[in-house]
Design a protein around this ligand. Sequence first.
Ligand SMILES: *Cc1c(COP(=O)(O)O)cnc(C)c1O
Length: 355
Amino acid sequence: METIANKIDISLTTNSRISELEDGLNKFGRIFSDHMFVADFSDGEWSDARIIPYNDLSLSPATSAIHYGQSIFEGMKAYKNEEGETLLFRPKENIKRLNISAERMCMPDIPEDLFYDGLKQLLDIDKDWIPSAKDTSLYIRPFMFSTDSYIGVKPSDKYKFMIFTTPVGGYYTEPVKVKVETHYTRSANGGVGFAKAAGNYAASLYPAKLAQKEGYHQLIWTDAKEHKYIEESGTMNIIFVIGDKLITPSTSDSILDGITRDSVLILARDWGYNVEERKVSVDEVVEAAKSGNLKEAFGTGTAATIAQISLFNHKGFDYELPSIESREFSNQVSLYLQEIKRGKIQDTHGWIVKL
Ligand SMILES: *Cc1c(COP(=O)(O)O)cnc(C)c1O
């Protein structure tokens, strides 16, 4: 596969937009770095790997991804350490998951070194776009979509794999208020909820919009069958501290297996917390909130990292959670993740990849 590495064609911009970097930090994901990586799949193989100036694509109106949704993505971040080196957090997990999503959506596997070589060279070329201020990073969006121009429903023969990046500040600026959704469904057993497939997010917009009208930021999704068990929150996994235990729904085919979630659970176990991955009923969380046993609740994800939940609504009742300052575990893990990702503390888990 080394051959692909040598074949990345590079064409640099003559008109850098780096002066927009500061502006980008205030508008999550709206300003894009100077270059993007592109590779095309056809006749059963990947070819034409290239880095070109970030620009619009030209596509047939019959492009199958637009009609039938063979489209998947990943989300990761690059950070700068004090020496100005570029650090990635557990990038192997992203390529692994991208290929899990690809398989479910009948899309081709992306070779690890195509992904890495493209990513590394792109980050090297656009390294000045990696911000270094507190709470900032360069968000990386690898994605693949089908490109056959054909209106029959079938797996496409052609695909594009691309990576672009966008400098970002914080995602949520305040703790989030969430509503437990007991009517609409994000994903069901046997479906595609475990894949980072574009359509999952489209399906979530309408119920989320209804909750936003009522004053909540996000939903807590429940199982499709009974709406009794908690799944995840918006585009984050969810973790509760009840009494002295960390409790979170086990992953399944209806839950996205988050890398942040996994990292948080590993750290919790390292630190001697009692961690339970199992079914978590809404009733259990409501009972814990009523009795004062619910100490912490937070979402985990690459974009938001640790998003504190200040309140949740269930069947018309709002349940307030303890103050953010009182939340020992999530404050500790949030700080730890911030520091390890920026190379400020020793990486004892082999999570950090230095470019
Ligand atoms: C991406 C995502 C997450 C979080 O995954 P991370 O790997 O931690 O970024 C959780 N839920 C959904 C639905 C997601 O799309």
